[in-house]
Write a protein that binds this ligand. Structure first.
Ligand SMILES: Cc1cc2nc3c(=O)[nH]c(=O)nc-3n(C[C@H](O)[C@H](O)[C@H](O)COP(=O)(O)O)c2cc1C
Length: 231
C-alpha cells in the first residue's frame, strides 16, 4: 500500500470522530464476523464498550504497546458460539455504519478473549498479553460493574442455545444487593473480547466522489500505512 503521509488515515481518530458525531445508540453496535469450524463466516451485532486505553492511567500508557492500548473492547458470554470460533481462529472483522455522517468503518484484526480464572483455556488465550502492562482481570471486573442489573442476570442463565424452559424463573436482574455468590456465578460467564486492528477501511458517502481510505500494518510491523483510493 502506498504511503500518503500528507493524508494519513489514522483509524482510531477517525473512528472516534464518527462515534462523537453519531450520538444515536445504533452507532455503537457494529457487526462482528468470525469463522466457524466449517470455515463459514458468521456475523452478529455486538455493543462497542470502548478502548483498552480507557482503563489505563495516562502515565502507565507509555509502557504499553499502542496496538494493545488502542484495541477495542466488547463483552460477551464465555459460553457463546463466537468464543469457540475465536478459540479455533483469532481472525475477526468489524463492520460499522454511522448513519448521521454516512460513513462505514470496516476493520480486520485479531480477537483475544479475556475470560475469568475458572476457564482452563484462559491463559492460552492471553499468551503474550499476560505481561503487557494491562491487568486484564481488573478490566474485566470494571466492565462487568458497568453492566445493567438485567444484563448481569443473563450471565447466570443456562448456556446460549440451550432449550428455553417453560415455567422456569430465569433471574431477571442482579442488583448490588444480590449475593456475592450470584455475582460470582455471573462473572464466571462474563468475558471480554479485545479486538486488535490490523487493517482499516473507511468509506465516506458525503463527498463527491465518495472517499475511501485504507490503512494497515504490514505483517510483523507496527508501522501504519495508508492511502486514499477510489471507492
Ligand atoms: C443491539 C444488539 C446488541 C448486542 N450486543 C451484544 C454484545 O455486546 N455481546 C454479545 O455477545 N452479543 C450481543 N448481542 C447478541 C448477538 O448479536 C448474538 O445474538 C449473540 O451474541 C450470540 O451470538 P453467537 O452465537 O454468534 O455467539 C447483541 C444483539 C443486538 C441486537
Amino acid at each position: 500500500m502506498a504511503t500518503t503521509a500528507a493524508k494519513a488515515f489514522p483509524w482510531l481518530e477517525s473512528l472516534q470522530r464518527s462515534l462523537d458525531n453519531n450520538p444515536d445508540p445504533t452507532s455503537r453496535w457494529p457487526s462482528l464476523a468470525t469463522i466457524n469450524a466449517k470455515t463459514q463466516p458468521t456475523a452478529r451485532i455486538v455493543a462497542f464498550r470502548g478502548f483498552v486505553k480507557d482503563h489505563i492511567d495516562e502515565a502507565a500508557q507509555k509502557n504499553i504497546n499502542p496496538a494493545i492500548l488502542n484495541s477495542i473492547i466488547f463483552t460477551t458470554d464465555a459460553r457463546s458460539a463466537k468464543i469457540e470460533e475465536l478459540q479455533q481462529r483469532r481472525d475477526a472483522a468489524l463492520c460499522w455504519y454511522f448513519q448521521d455522517t454516512r460513513e462505514q468503518h470496516r476493520f480486520q484484526g485479531t480477537m483475544r478473549i479475556v475470560a475469568g480464572p475458572e476457564w482452563e483455556w484462559r491463559e492460552k488465550e492471553l499468551s503474550g498479553w499476560n505481561d503487557c502492562g494491562v491487568d486484564w482481570e481488573e478490566v474485566r471486573r470494571a466492565e462487568y460493574a458497568k453492566m445493567s442489573p438485567t444484563m448481569k442476570a443473563t450471565f447466570t442463565h443456562p448456556p446460549p442455545k440451550s432449550p428455553l424452559l417453560a415455567n422456569t424463573a430465569y433471574e431477571a436482574a442482579l442488583t448490588d444487593t444480590a449475593s456475592p455468590a450470584q455475582h460470582a456465578a455471573a462473572l464466571k460467564n462474563f468475558a471480554l473480547l479485545v479486538f486488535k486492528v490490523h487493517e482499516a477501511d473507511r468509506l465516506d458517502l458525503r463527498p463527491q466522489p465518495y472517499l475511501r481510505e485504507l490503512g494497515g500494518s504490514r505483517e510483523g510491523s507496527e508501522e501504519w500505512e495508508s492511502a486514499e483510493v477510489c471507492p
